[in-house]
Design a protein around this ligand. Sequence first.
Ligand code: NAD
Ligand code: DAU
Length: 366
Amino acid sequence: MKREVSKKNKRLLITGGAGFIGSHVVRRFVNKYPHYSIFNLDALTYAGNLENLKDIEGAPNYTFIKGDITDTDFINGLFDQHQFDGVIHLAAESHVDRSITDPLAFVKTNVIGTVNLLNAAKELWINTPLRQWPRGREGLRFYHISTDEVYGALGESGFFTEKTSYSPNSPYSASKAGSDHFVRAYGETYGLPYVISNCSNNYGPNHFPEKLIPLFINNIINNKPLPVYGDGNYTRDWLYVIDHAVAIDLVFHKGKNHETYNIGGFNEWKNIDLVKLLCSLMDKKLKRKAGTSEKLITYIKDRPGHDLRYAIDATKINKELGWKPSVTFEEGLDKTIDWYLQNEEWLKHLTSGDYQKYYQMQYGDR
Ligand code: NAD
Ligand code: DAU
């Protein structure tokens, strides 16, 4: 079969599109590129929620596929069937605390799953004779979404640049580092066209309430304790998720092959300061007396191997691709809280487990 790689009608596979960041990426691409065919592949683990994509599920350029990236035969068959000319790979086990209790699950999805996708892309893009790609292989691209956690922990000063050496400390970050290395190796060994980005902590709508910000918003709403690990003096660099989706769009279309881009919020917060800000904003929004939510703060046992500080130097993506965050943290946090307060149903479905019935309701037994 002759394949056409065209800017106009890309057949783009996005993995993990039912998750937090993936759902914002899928929405952006479906709406902004109506001439692309967007295939969202997701296993719908506990972290996958198709309710995140209710607004675009009927779009003519959108297809949802339920499937597991660790299933080699399934992945090979999928590439053969759909002849993708781009991949944006977000599917992963993403929660550090879960990686401490079940490291193997992270190796399976984050390392083996990624290698399955790389093999399928290599088979289709590199091993298929050039004559079957009449317009050449230009435009093919495997985009791997990674994290700043691969660089390990910073002390009180300094930043992660694209040249910082890898030094992962948790099973999660080790599995992401492993997947990054495989992507790079497929570029070097087989000539697979790839790009990688390493991003800092995201926050915003649709964030699963096991992570700091959405967990604490949910607990404040329900007057439950706010479990701060250790002394709370750990620092993260927070980025609004929609700004990350914009960066992903830019890197996918304008980034250079075989390059890595760091993406960050220029926005460092110590956990305890962030939690106190969140408490005061929530008191105002919920019309509670100032200081009410802060009383819920409970210091608990620290996370083992807890990284002290992450901070991204995002100069490269800023200079080369013109990207920078569009909202301040105060604006982003305000929008995020409003979203959770206006979408209590979404939160309730997550806590009750009802969100996992949504696939069956919409797609039946497929
Ligand atoms: P998430 O946990 O919210 O979503 C992950 C998605 O992947 C879910 O929809 C899940 O169902 C799907 N998935 C998991 N295992 C799968 C499998 N075996 N096959 C197919 N689908 C599977 O994650 P997120 O926070 O949206 O993160 C997305 C990506 O971005 C991850 O690769 C993560 O490492 C990276 N990242 C996240 C952050 C962050 O702050 N959340 C920051 C930097 C990078
Ligand atoms: O830096 C990017 C990474 O950010 C992503 O690669 C990960 O997928 C994402 O989960 C996130 O990892 P963190 O471990 O930084 O995020 P989390 O929300 O779990 O924790 C943020 C900080 O808050 C961290 O220092 C631990 C602390 N924390 C977290 C939870 C859930 C608490 O103090 N209490 C909590 O209950």
